[in-house]
Design a protein around this ligand. Structure first.
Ligand code: DGL
Length: 279
């Protein structure tokens, strides 16, 4: 087997601060069923959304170091906060392709808007980085971007309160100001928010396009792997020598497992806990 075919069969490394990136992994599983995934959730150090750039860059470097030990062929930063704060830094240091969720999300929002008013919701650090705004305005300076940090939504999602009146009230308060600006597109700029899609749809109404960066990232990953001739040629139902999806966390493996099993299309059997500070 030549080097290239070995690389094609290697896994894609996917990482996040915890469970949120599973919404991205889920889209990769659905849209690129040939691809194997090594997922790392930094459950010992979550949340990232309230931390500084220096810290997020350090964490991301450690995780990438760990993922490289698993022989991955490409990496997806399945976290808006880490994509906003660390992607530019770590990309320079890598010799394999790396993709974040922000560029794909921003690109699709630019394509989707008709009235040139886009809303973005995310963690405090993502919103304070103004990364979505910057990329959108670089692509089309006539677009106005309205941003809103929604820090209470992540814990509500992790509590499983996806259709709860409390979550609805909190989401309404956050979204009211943005909706009042007349936006026609809204970027769900945090990995947890696609799980609130139907609730946000009810609040925002049918006229607003909800942009899910998780889905756009999976699509862009497929294009990238094809361009680099790195796509796995094996059909998903071919006999496999290794588990197609492997999961690692830095803490609380059981809690991670219950959440993962509630949102992934299959049940995870094993989750390995590692000490990320060793990397
Ligand atoms: N995964 C993070 C993001 O998309 C949200 C959770 C956190 O704050 O760590 O920004």
């Amino acid at each position: 087997m030549g080097k290239n075919s070995r690389d094609q069969r290697a896994s894609v490394g996917v990482f996040d601060s915890g469970v949120g990136g599973l919404t991205v992994a889920r889209e990769i599983m659905r849209n690129l069923p040939n691809e194997h995934i090594v997922y790392f959730g930094d459950t010992a150090r979550v949340p990232y959304g309230s931390k500084s750039k220096d810290t997020i860059v350090r964490y991301s470097r450690q995780i990438i170091h760990f993922l490289r030990t698993q022989d991955v062929k490409a990496i997806v930063i399945a976290c808006n906060t880490a994509s906003a704060l660390a992607l530019d830094e770590v990309e320079r240091e890598l010799d394999i392709p790396i993709l974040g969720v922000i560029k794909p999300g921003a690109r699709v929002a630019v394509e989707a808007t008709r009235n040139h008013k886009i809303g973005v919701i995310g963690t405090e650090s993502t919103i304070n980085s103004h990364m979505y705004k910057r990329l959108i305005c670089e692509a089309d300076p006539s677009i106005t971007v309205y941003e809103k940090a929604c820090p209470l939504l992540c814990p509500l999602v992790e509590e499983g309160w996806l259709k709860d009146p409390v979550t609805e009230e909190v989401a309404k308060r956050y979204l009211d100001g943005l909706l009042g600006k007349g936006i026609d597109s809204l970027i769900l700029g945090c990995t947890h928010y696609p799980l609130l899609r139907s609730l946000i749809r009810e609040i925002a109404g049918d006229q607003i396009t909800l942009v899910n960066p998780a889905y756009e990232t999976a699509k862009e990953l497929g294009e990238l792997l094809e361009r680099e001739q790195l796509g796995n040629p094996d059909a998903p139902d071919e006999p496999r020598t290794a588990e197609p999806y492997r999961f690692f966390v830095s803490d609380m493996a059981d809690k991670f497992g219950s959440f993962a099993n509630s949102i992934l299309p299959y049940d995870i059997e094993t989750i390995q806990k590692i000490n990320i500070e060793d990397y």
